[in-house]
Design a protein around this ligand. Structure first.
Ligand SMILES: NC(=O)c1ccc[n+]([C@@H]2O[C@H](COP(=O)([O-])OP(=O)(O)OC[C@H]3O[C@@H](n4cnc5c(N)ncnc54)[C@H](O)[C@@H]3O)[C@@H](O)[C@H]2O)c1
Length: 260
């Protein structure tokens, strides 16, 4: 039986670590003893986020670029002296337009950042993990990756792809002691979602009525699930996509939860 969760001596890379779920998870990992490198495209926010999270350093680049992804993982390994844990939180959303109005370039970019970026970081991180025969990785899917969502075809396809990528990597790397899991969050009050709320892209009260727990999630509630899956408390869990969704994916009724 393991004692309370701690990451003393563990070396972690968090992509998308300059904001939202990634930043919150990076801080929790650091608070629990890990040495963390945060990687992000947004150069301006990286240093401030590193100070806020207590990270050991930063790496700037685009996870969708093979050269950048390889370099960022290399920089993390050099700064930390190795790599034990990866949290792939870098992601972008759709433009929320119908398919027939979608820009193909934007569609491709959403798939590339979310799905290809996750693949590239996992691939680069696997090299030291395969040598040391241990490691834990958590990817980020979404409730949008679990069912059909109108106006979200790129994001839905990318997140559904992450689910099966997670299953596949868990099967391929399980015999080498590497666990790979994903979380599937519902709407979480991060800068990404606050920006959508601000431009009235959706009505939060409709989402709240559709959610058994009756509210949107907080970033800390995602970070706690990520930390659990990265920890030894999840030592026999691999290849799972864990909904962290207030019951969203459990609800199969018509209309609102309260009136169904
Ligand atoms: N917030 C939600 O409601 C929600 C729900 C389901 C899934 N998710 C997923 O959670 C993850 C984090 O989202 P968030 O809400 O914290 O968003 P966020 O916008 O607050 O943070 C995402 C971070 O990723 C970085 N990023 C974007 N593109 C990048 C790239 N190409 N290379 C490197 N970094 C890049 C951004 O600069 C930003 O710092 C994403 O994968 C998102 O799809 C979020």
């Amino acid at each position: 039986m393991n004692g309370p969760i701690n990451f003393n001596g563990k070396r972690a890379l968090v992509t998308g670590g300059a904001s939202g779920i990634g930043e919150t998870a990076a801080k929790l990992l650091a608070d629990l003893g890990a040495r963390v490198i945060i990687a992000d495209l947004d150069r301006d926010r990286l240093d401030e986020a590193a100070a806020r999270t207590g990270s050991a350093g930063v790496a700037q680049g685009d996870v969708a670029s093979e050269a950048d992804a390889e370099r960022m993982v290399r920089e993390a390994i050099t700064k930390l002296g190795g790599l034990d844990l990866v949290f792939n939180s870098a992601g972008i959303g759709d433009d929320l337009v119908p398919v027939h109005e979608q820009s193909v370039d934007r569609w491709q970019r959403v798939v590339d950042v979310n799905l290809k970026g996750t693949y590239l970081i996992c691939r680069a991180a696997s090299r030291p993990m395969l040598v040391q025969q241990s490691g834990a990785i958590v990817n980020v899917s979404s409730i949008v990756g679990l069912g059909g969502f109108p106006r979200r075809s790129a994001y839905a396809a990318a997140k559904a792809g992450i689910n099966h990528l997670t299953h596949t990597l868990a099967c391929e790397w399980g015999p080498s002691g590497i666990r790979v899991n994903a979380i599937a969050p519902a709407y979480t009050r991060t800068p990404m979602v606050e920006a959508l709320l601000e431009r009235k892209a959706f009505d939060p009260t409709i989402l709240e009525r559709r959610t058994p727990l009756g509210r949107l999630a907080l970033p800390a509630e995602m970070a706690q699930a990520v930390v659990f899956l990265l920890s030894d408390w999840a030592s026999y869990i691999t290849g799972t996509v864990l909904p962290v969704d207030g019951g969203w994916s459990a609800f199969g009724g018509a209309g609102d939860v309260a009136t169904a």
